[in-house]
Design a protein around this ligand. Structure first.
Ligand code: AMP
Ligand code: ZN
Length: 480
């Protein structure tokens, strides 16, 4: 089945066809983190969906050029930097947040993007783009030296504003301007491309042909995506809150730069498919820093949860449905993954060194069908847990040969190339020494036929969250 998904641009489900079908190359851009604080798990729900989309495209045989930017200059960063006691350099200020972001990103088993451009490394490209918009009269300078994008002029030259959201043009307030990086969704007005330097910026400014200042947030993504992926590319993704104004403004800037001064030119379409992910909620409200109702990935690690449990939970619901986060949900994720691990463990024991027979089970097909249908993850997980049930049954009935087991493991590996919840080696090996020492003591007690001691050790292990399973290959430690 061909991949289909909901394109925000057309507001309908469309079959995905890359712009270069013969080469199967896909250009994909996702707006990355703003590095002024630790990212919360709401942000990571979005990055996990991006990772799932990229992995599934690769599963389908596409070659993905995945670009994710780092926003390392914006209003919040400048404010944070200027309020920080040690103002060494902007990079020194953002580096710890960027590092923390990638530590969490890796723990959640997200694949590193092909390119990770930082906004501050692309100021010349931003100035070039603003220059193009000035040239064709779509951008204008205000008396304070800032440069704004004129929505009216853009429309007059043949541009379309309101591609991702329906806009009531009666509400466009001519001459009204928005200088802040963030503004209310209802507010349609000219937006800032270049912000003239003001005293509160401190030492954070760059030279430009229009005076010292710094870029607006929207121009950053237009310039970086254009430089790396070209004027036109396949897929742009992000959280639903970014559709307007951020993405709408990205379209206006990018397409506006391809219009001509005299009018009559057709704009080069910026992006062919837009994907927007619904938000993570906490008690019915968007998880956000401003509401203070958020968890970071490290908060959850401190509570004893693992990256794969968080990954499983955040990827359990459909990307177009908001999802209510709870700690009970994470406990449910732990139970579901333990069921999967148990099945995989038994399959590995059974398979030994056998080679897979080379034919695929129904799992890969049903998983492919589920995700090809608008990335229907819930149906994908359902197919997987059906497979676990059936496999367990077949193992119990001794119906599987080692080659069958090896085949099922190969199918699982294919599915897990997208889900990526298989315990990484590190996690498998990470049994604390205190626990392995107890296991050894228990073995010694059993050998000495001191069963009272061996039972006491088993109870102690249980109180620490571990059980011992005696298997034909010897005892095995398992988390409860
Ligand atoms: P930021 O670092 O604030 O620029 O956000 C990074 C990404 O996280 C953006 O794509 C946002 O749309 C997304 N995001 C922010 N809050 C949430 C949330 N509660 N649930 C899901 N995604 C979110
Ligand atoms: Zn962006």
């Amino acid at each position: 089945m061909d991949l289909q998904f909901f394109n925000t641009l057309s507001r309908r489900i469309e079959t995905f066809e890359p712009s270069e079908p013969s080469s199967k190359k896909v250009g994909l851009y996702c707006c990355g983190p703003t590095v002024y604080d630790f990212a919360h798990i709401g942000n990571f729900r979005t990055f996990l969906f991006v990772d799932m989309v990229r992995r599934f495209l690769e599963f389908k045989g596409f070659e993905v050029n995945h670009v994710m930017n780092i926003t390392d200059v914006d209003d919040k960063i400048i404010h944070g930097f200027n309020a920080s006691p040690e103002k060494t350099s902007l990079r020194d200020y953002t580096a710890p947040y960027e590092k923390a972001f990638f530590e969490d990103f890796d723990q959640l088993n997200c694949l590193r993007p092909t390119s990770i451009p930082r906004a501050t490394d692309y100021i010349p490209q931003m100035l070039e783009l603003i220059g193009k918009l000035m040239e064709n009269g779509i951008a204008y300078q205000t008396p304070d030296g800032s440069i704004f994008f004129s929505i009216q002029r853009y429309i007059a030259l043949g541009g379309k504003y309101g591609q991702l959201v329906k806009i009531n043009f009666d509400e466009i307030r001519v001459g009204e301007r928005i200088k802040s990086d963030e503004y209310e969704k209802e507010n349609v007005a000219d937006f800032v491309l270049w912000k003239a330097r003001v005293p509160s910026d401190g030492e954070l400014f760059w030279p430009s042909p229009w005076g010292e200042g710094r870029p607006g947030w929207h121009i950053e993504c237009s310039a970086m995506s254009r430089h790396i992926l070209g004027k036109s590319f396949d897929i742009h993704l992000g959280g639903e809150d970014l559709a307007f104004p951020h993405h709408e403004d990205e379209i206006a800037q990018s397409e506006g730069s391809t219009l001509c001064k005299e009018g009559g030119c057709k704009p080069t379409p910026f992006v062919r498919y837009w994907l927007h992910f619904s938000h993570l909620l906490v008690e019915g409200k968007k998880m956000s820093k401003s509401l203070g109702n958020f968890y970071t990935v490290r908060d959850l690690f401190q509570k004893g949860y693992s990256g794969r449990e968080v990954r499983y939970l955040l990827l359990s619901a459909h990307y177009r449905e908001s999802f209510n986060f709870t700690l009970e949900g994470l406990n449910g994720a732990r139970t579901a993954l333990a069921r999967l691990d148990e099945c995989l463990f038994k399959l590995r024991e059974l398979a030994g060194t056998a080679e897979p027979p080379g034919k695929q089970s129904a799992l890969v097909q049903s998983f492919d069908d589920a995700l090809s249908d608008d990335f229907n993850l819930s149906a994908g997980w359902a197919a997987l847990f059906d497979w676990v049930r059936q496999t367990n049954k077949q193992i119990a009935e001794e119906k599987l040969s080692p080659a069958d087991a090896a085949g099922l493991l190969a199918d699982w590996a294919r599915v897990d190339s997208v889900l990526a919840v298989c315990p990484q080696k590190k996690e498998e090996e990470e049994v604390p020494t205190e626990i392995t020492d107890l296991l050894e003591a228990r073995q010694a007690a059993r050998k000495a036929k001191d069963f009272a001691r061996s039972d006491a050790i088993r109870d102690e292990l249980k109180s620490k969250g571990w059980v011992i399973e005696d298997t034909p290959k010897g005892p095995r430690l398992k988390r409860i």
